[in-house]
Design a protein around this ligand. Sequence first.
Ligand code: ADP
Length: 292
Amino acid sequence: MIGRNVWDGVVSAAADHGVSVTADTARPLRGGSINAAWRVNSNAGTLFVKFNDAGRHDMFVAEAAGLAELAQANAVRVPDVICTGAVAKKSFLLLEFIELQAGRNTAARRLGSALASLHACQAKEFGWNRDNTIGTTTQINTPDKDWVSFFWRRRLAYQLDLARSAGARRLADLGVRLNERMPLFFSGVTVTPALLHGDLWGGNWASCDDQPVIFDPAVYYGDPESDIAMTSLFGGFPPAFYDAYRAQRPDQPGGEQRRELYRLYHVLNHFNLFGGGYAAQAERMIKALLKE
Ligand code: ADP
């Protein structure tokens, strides 16, 4: 339940950004995976609000910054950000509400091209100007000029350390053996820092009027193929998406092995978030990668 005092905080924060929210019109939506979601009317149209505990305010600040970073690339539609705030034990993120439908072929094809354009936005270093979260797990984005070192230290090793702390010693011991093999996966390829959505599973894209929309990002600058890897982890992206993407960004030799390495990051994160069978899945993936 979102109390009256929380809505008062939303109304006041929105007013500071020139938006007049009508709290009485607020309706809960079927939730996302992590946050409580609501819609509410305003003088700037319908808005989408995500709520979590006050301690998660920084997560919403990082998400808002990520949406802004994606928006300035002007490659694919993202919801406009109104503001974030924290009030009475709750934090919130206030966004433009977009009438979303399941993305089908036309939108998927457009998403493939748009994502290739997004990936053409480059930075000087891997990482980003701030940390963020992947799910609710901290994602460290300390800049690094070397992709292999960044992906090992800030992605795989970070998740393996979390897994070890949670008692998954066998998984963590197996995983650290990948460290010395990392350069082999990248021999002969040059990776440049590209703007990534960072958490592009099938639940984080949809369409509006046949135009693709992406949301709930975990933005940083990294190997574009890590976004493609995530699309294939749980499905939800038809062949038209890959055809359009590959027309602009052909696959490189060894791409499938690198994508498996990138999927491993998300599987490890799923283990750290949800436990269960993800440990066995991660172990299978690591063993296969060690045999490459
Ligand atoms: P969570 O962070 O809890 O996973 P999401 O950002 O993924 O939440 O949003 C949950 C669901 O709400 C999405 O799957 C999508 O269907 C819908 N949604 C997300 N953003 C918007 C928006 N700006 N307008 C309308 N619906 C949205």
